[in-house]
Write a protein that binds this ligand. Structure first.
Ligand code: PEP
Ligand code: MN
Length: 263
């Protein structure tokens, strides 16, 4: 099925050429986000990612800087000059976050949060809808319709791994979903190999596999010092590892005659 494109700002179009979003799981400090943003931007990334509100399984775990991250995000995205995506976890955050983000991310745990989806359907900013870790593709597409039917058709899907009987990896990245969505839906789809595998050494192979399967982009977690990360360090790439992935990507994209989006 022909993929509809989703515009981010004035020049970026998801669903056309391949788009890479990268950054830390969580924004931890100005220094950490700025250093990461500088590195990924120098490697040709199109968008910055960085969690501000974190939905953690353990209530004792770091929950994100919340509103304290707004100024850090604004400062860094303006100085680097790249659009910024971050997860919204509650409809009450939308009004303030609207001034900070260029794309709202709906996390895996909120794919079924229809109140949040409807609210995002009533605004004009693009939305990245992650697949629930127990969500059927059918349910995921209906969640996308909740947003689109409200009038906001700027929805991009993100496969981030599902829960299966397998425990060797954090999740099982469903490569089928990439090819299936390309064939059966007009929403663009990107891949999140970081949560899909939950292990640094496996991120690049699955990122490349997703590109070959036809994904329209990637969202990848990067940290200057993964072992010190306040969330998801075990799946973060350091700068050298990310550089290696970026060098290999063009070859994977060439399989489908695709290229990285121009900056
Ligand atoms: C994230 O992107 O950091 C995140 C929490 O992802 P997910 O919702 O896919 O678990
Ligand atoms: Mn994460």
């Amino acid at each position: 099925m022909k993929t509809k494109t989703v515009k981010i700002g004035s020049h970026l179009e998801i669903g056309k050429d391949f788009v890479v979003m990268a950054g830390p799981c969580s924004i931890e400090s100005l220094e950490q986000f700025e250093n990461t943003a500088k590195c990924v931007s120098s490697l040709g990334v199109h968008m910055l990612r960085g969690g501000m509100f974190k939905l953690r399984t353990n209530p004792e775990s770091f929950q994100g800087l919340g509103k304290d991250a707004y100024n850090i995000a604004k400062q860094v995205k303006n100085s680097i000059g790249l659009p910024f995506i971050s997860e919204v976890t509650d409809p009450r955050q939308i009004a303030d976050m609207y001034e900070v983000v260029d794309m709202f991310q709906v996390g895996s745990r909120n794919m079924h949060n229809y109140v949040l989806l409807k609210e995002l359907g009533s605004i004009d900013k693009p939305v990245l809808l992650k697949r629930g870790f127990s969500g059927l593709i059918k349910e995921w597409l209906l969640s996308a319709d909740y947003i689109a039917n409200g009038g906001n058709e700027n929805v991009v899907l993100c496969e981030r791994g599902i829960r299966t009987f397998e425990t060797a990896t954090r999740n099982t990245f469903d490569i089928n979903a990439i090819a299936y969505i390309k064939e059966n839906s007009s929403f663009p789809i990107i891949a999140d190999p970081s949560h899909g595998v939950g292990k640094t050494s496996l991120v690049a192979p699955i990122a490349l596999a997703a590109a070959v399967a036809g994904a329209d982009g990637l969202i990848v977690e990067i940290h200057p010092e993964p072992e010190k990360a306040l969330s998801d360090g075990y799946q973060a790439l350091d700068f050298a590892q990310f550089e290696e992935l970026m060098m290999k990507l063009p070859q994977a994209l060439a399989v489908n005659d695709r290229t990285l989006a121009k900056l």
